[in-house]
Design a protein around this ligand. Structure first.
Ligand code: NAI
Ligand code: 13P
Length: 325
């Protein structure tokens, strides 16, 4: 198996190291020379995965054409807002029938589309799958046990890729609910910003538990309205990832929310996909007439329309209602 990972950041490097360890001929395509050189010579990626020793067998390249042409299977691991551009970049080099596994968690701002729809527009012939679930890059790269979901429209492809991409400490469950898997991954990032803000503002563990639980209600309502299956939203890529990212400052979204809650400067923080997805998630909820007060509140805070304290006041003052609504 010749596998190429496009994207030399934290998640791309972690996944590439799993497959180099599994014995696949793995190429990590990184845009910058410094990352590629460091992976090839020092077997580390100090900018994105500090302190993790990468397998000697992992090779990095800055040549997109060769990285794509030589692959039997490609993982696209770049931020959601750059996915369309990357899909266009690889188009001239992609061999027919080579599956693409999409690993970004977000919604394209301009279109409101999830990753699989964005890439299908640019590469309509390519077999597509999405991979998502509770999995911090540091944990996966360190070989800690992790379980995630891989979805493809065709059940056979989902099962075949899940078998191929599972490893000793990286267990993959197959699904055919692509949209459900993508919706969970994108929405949990927005909710993790809110959870981080609750933590950063010092509101206590009870408030955090309430936020996560009501956040799950929103994730289910909005996810189902978008076409996701309910069981997917309470699976690894929905509830599972919500629990992970709402409970640890290892999550960049949670850490970003904490900074907001503490009133700290957020410029210069690491990639927090929820920041880019919040406004479009809020718009999708309004368009579908779905009540999503936490998502709407996060969007308002990020746009500077609401302070964290005002947001808490408003959420607590909402009319009382039945829990199942
Ligand atoms: N870090 C994690 O623990 C996990 C991240 N993800 C998702 O994976 C996606 C990527 O996240 P990370 O790798 O953590 O982000 P990162 O910020 O660590 O790295 C992003 C990488 O993408 C590269 N990149 C950006 N634009 C590019 C382009 N046009 N062409 C080629 N490369 C480009 C950057 O150079 C960088 O190496 C996000 O959507 C994230 O939500 C999913 C699961 C776990
Ligand atoms: O998606 C993730 C874990 O499943 C990573 O979360 P962050 O992007 O918030 O770090």
């Amino acid at each position: 198996m010749r596998l190429t990972v496009i994207g030399g950041g934290a998640w791309g490097t972690a996944l590439a190291s799993v497959y180099a360890r599994k014995g696949f001929a793995t190429t990590l395509y990184a845009r910058d020379e410094a990352t590629a050189e460091s992976v090839n010579e020092a077997h580390e990626n100090p900018r994105y995965l500090p302190g993790i020793a990468l397998p000697d067998a992992l090779r990095a390249s800055t040549v997109l054409s060769i990285s794509v042409e030589s692959a039997d299977l490609i993982l696209l691991v770049v931020p959601a807002q750059t996915l369309r551009a990357v899909a266009c970049d690889i188009r001239p080099f992609l061999e027919p029938g080579v599956p693409l596994v999409l690993c970004a968690k977000g919604i394209e701002r301009e279109t409101g589309l999830f990753a699989s729809h964005v890439v299908a527009q640019e590469l309509p012939e390519a077999p597509l799958a999405v991979l998502s679930g509770p999995s911090f890059a540091q944990d996966v790269a360190a070989g800690l046990p992790t379980a995630v979901t891989l979805a493809a429209e065709e059940g056979d492809l989902a099962e075949e890729l899940s078998r191929t991409l599972s490893a000793d400490t990286f267990r993959i469950y197959a699904s055919t609910d692509m949209l459900g898997v993508e919706a969970g991954g994108a929405l949990k990032n927005v909710l993790a910003l809110a959870a981080g803000a609750v933590s950063g503002r010092g509101l206590g563990a009870s408030a955090l538990a309430a936020l996560v639980t009501r956040g799950l209600s929103e994730l289910r309502r909005l996810g189902e309205a978008l076409g996701a299956r309910p069981e997917t939203l309470t699976g690894l890529s929905g509830l599972g990832d919500l629990v992970l990212t709402c409970s640890s400052a290892q999550s960049r979204n949670f850490a970003y929310g904490q900074a907001l809650g503490r009133g700290e400067d957020v410029s210069g923080l690491k990639l927090a996909e929820g920041v880019h997805s919040a406004a479009i998630a809020a718009r999708l909820a309004r368009e579908k007439d779905i009540e999503a007060p936490i998502v709407q509140t996060v969007a308002a805070i990020l746009e500077g329309r609401l302070s964290v304290d005002e947001a808490i006041g408003r959420l607590m003052a909402r009319p009382l209602k039945r829990e199942e609504d």
